[in-house]
Design a protein around this ligand. Sequence first.
Ligand SMILES: [Zn+2]
Length: 90
Amino acid sequence: MFTWTRSECQRVARVLQAWLDGEAEAAASARVVEHLEACRACGLDAATYLAIRSALAASGPKVDGDAVDRLRRFADELAGPQGATESLPM
Ligand SMILES: [Zn+2]
């Protein structure tokens, strides 16, 4: 039985957005996939993320800036205080 530590969840949250964008490194991707399969909390986070992204994509090519900001803040919250200082490539 796996028991994930909070720091492991934070590490995964930090690369989650890159992983969803297909930009995570192979080693990081494997780590994320393994964690999402085993950790229900992070799996739900990823599912929520994908639902938001799908909604944004369905709304058309013109992306609402506020929605993107909210998505970024959501990612920062997932990553915790340490992840909030990292800038995401856009
Ligand atoms: Zn987790």
